[in-house]
Design a protein around this ligand. Structure first.
Ligand SMILES: [Zn+2]
Length: 235
């Protein structure tokens, strides 16, 4: 995914590209893109593609056969068209803050309770973390959130870098969700929050944990020993 610009720069809001393919007048593949495609628990970006002064709203972005496809709600783009892409930054930035917060919470759940995260769903209003844990205690979960906020307040710079696959896989615990790591990828993108978390990850992240703001626990649900659930939001 060397044309996935968000992998190297989560803060890129605007970019230039050429239309590489058009399917059914609405599914557009570009030579490069900053649009994050739905996946890894993070929702897709929205925004617009601009061509010859005409705006084409991007209502969905997904990964299909290894390529990022942008669904536009208005026909007219053609193969070879030069476009300027602009992502809806408010939506994306919220997802970035939610995503880095999830990494910190997941790390604390594991470090404090050996609880394994079994799934994340990042949202605009609230985000969900599913995890396995023997005894579910709401007070304890609240304590973990308090600890997460301590890490947020330490204002730690988040590091993003690439490592060859074999080298990366030697780092203990680098792959947190094994199922989402396609085997054909030769270089893994590493997201490190020094002192608390390091993992292979393809999502967009904030540069510094202080950007998260304050994490608040919304609710805790018990869906069985191997399926605990919490919702959190950001103030
Ligand atoms: Zn992640």
């Amino acid at each position: 995914m060397e044309n996935a610009l968000y992998m190297k720069d989560s803060y890129l809001k605007e970019f230039e590209a050429v239309v590489e393919s058009v399917k059914d007048d609405r599914y557009i593949v570009l030579s490069q893109t900053a649009f994050y495609p739905k996946g890894g628990g993070q929702e897709h970006d929205t925004g617009i593609l601009i061509c010859n002064g005409e705006e084409y709203p991007v209502v969905f972005a997904g990964k299909f056969e290894g390529k990022i496809s942008h669904e536009i709600s208005k026909p007219g783009l053609k193969l070879g068209d030069k476009v300027t892409g602009k992502i809806d930054w408010d939506r994306r930035y919220r997802h970035m803050r939610m995503h880095t917060a999830a990494h910190i919470i997941d790390a604390i759940l594991y470090n404090e309770a050996k609880a394994l995260c079994t799934g994340n769903q990042l949202g605009i209003d609230k985000s969900r973390i599913d995890f396995s844990l023997d005894v579910l205690d709401r007070e304890k979960i609240q304590q973990y959130i308090d600890m997460a906020n301590e890490w947020v307040n330490k204002a730690i710079d988040v590091k993003i870098y690439f490592l060859p696959r074999e080298e990366a896989l030697k780092i203990p615990g680098v792959v947190k969700l094994a199922a989402v790591m396609p085997p054909e990828v030769k270089e893994l993108r590493i997201v490190e929050i020094p002192g608390i978390d390091l993992q292979a990850d393809g999502g967009t992240q904030v540069k510094n944990t202080s950007e998260i703001g304050k994490i608040s626990l919304v609710s805790v649900e018990n869906k069985g020993k191997n399926n605990r659930r919490m919702y959190y939001t950001l103030d």
